[in-house]
Write a protein that binds this ligand. Structure first.
Ligand code: BEZ
Length: 190
C-alpha cells in the first residue's frame, strides 16, 4: 500500500468533525486512537459498522483508545446520519467524532482513498481503511477493506490488545533491571 503506513507518524491535520475542529495530534493526546474511514454516509454497510463501533465504545475506553470516524460528507450530513446509525443499531450511542472531508484532503493524507472508485461527480471516495495509532502518533497497524466488505470490530479490539501488550513488553525490556537479590536483601536489613 503506497503512502502512509505502519511506523509513520500521522500528519497533524486540522479537521472538521461532529465534535468541532480538532488537530489530529491533539485528538490522540496521550491515548491510543483508531481512525477508520467509510465510503459514504447513509449506506448500509457503513451504517452497520459505525453502529457496531458505537456498541464497543466502552471496551475501547477501557483500553484508553479514542475512536475517530472519517466520511467525506459534511458535518450536517454526519449529524443526521448519526440518528440513522442509532436507529438501525438499537442501544448504541455514537459518542465518538466523525470527520467531515468534502475536499478529500483527509483521506488523501491518511492513505484512505479507494484506488478504483470515484463518485458521480468524479471525486475520490474512501475505502474502508483503519489505522491504530499509539500515543507517539505513529501508525501501529493498518487494515484496508473494499467498500463492499465491513470490518469486524471485535477483531479491532483483538489487535489493539496485542499491540498494547507488545508496547508494554518493549517498555519493560527498556526499563533498568531490578537490583540483584543480595543487594535487595542487604537493603531490607538496613
Ligand atoms: C455500504 O456501506 O453499504 C456501501 C458503500 C459503498 C459501496 C458499497 C457498499
Amino acid at each position: 500500500m503506497p503512502g502512509l503506513t505502519i511506523g509513520d507518524t500521522i500528519p497533524n491535520l486540522e479537521v472538521d468533525t461532529t465534535h468541532g475542529r480538532v488537530k489530529l495530534h491533539d485528538f490522540v493526546g496521550d491515548s491510543w486512537a483508531v481512525i477508520f474511514s467509510h465510503p459514504g454516509d447513509f449506506t448500509p454497510v457503513c451504517t452497520t459498522e459505525l453502529g457496531r463501533m458505537a456498541l464497543q465504545v466502552g471496551e475501547f475506553e477501557k483500553r484508553r483508545v479514542k475512536l475517530l470516524g472519517v466520511s467525506c460528507e459534511d458535518v450536517k450530513s454526519h449529524l443526521l446520519w448519526i440518528k440513522d446509525i442509532e436507529h438501525y443499531t438499537p442501544g448504541c450511542k455514537v459518542t465518538y467524532p466523525i470527520v467531515a472531508d468534502p475536499d478529500r484532503d483527509v483521506i488523501r493524507e491518511l492513505n484512505m482513498v479507494d484506488p478504483d472508485k470515484v463518485d458521480e461527480e468524479g471525486f475520490e471516495i474512501p475505502n474502508r481503511a483503519l489505522h491504530v495509532i499509539s500515543p507517539d502518533k505513529k501508525i501501529q497497524l493498518s487494515i484496508v477493506y473494499p467498500a463492499t466488505t465491513g470490518r469486524n470490530m471485535d477483531e479491532v479490539l483483538r489487535v489493539v490488545d496485542l499491540l498494547q501488550a507488545a508496547a508494554a513488553a518493549r517498555r519493560k525490556a527498556k526499563a533498568p533491571p531490578p537490583p540483584p537479590l543480595f543487594a535487595r536483601a542487604a537493603a531490607s536489613k538496613l
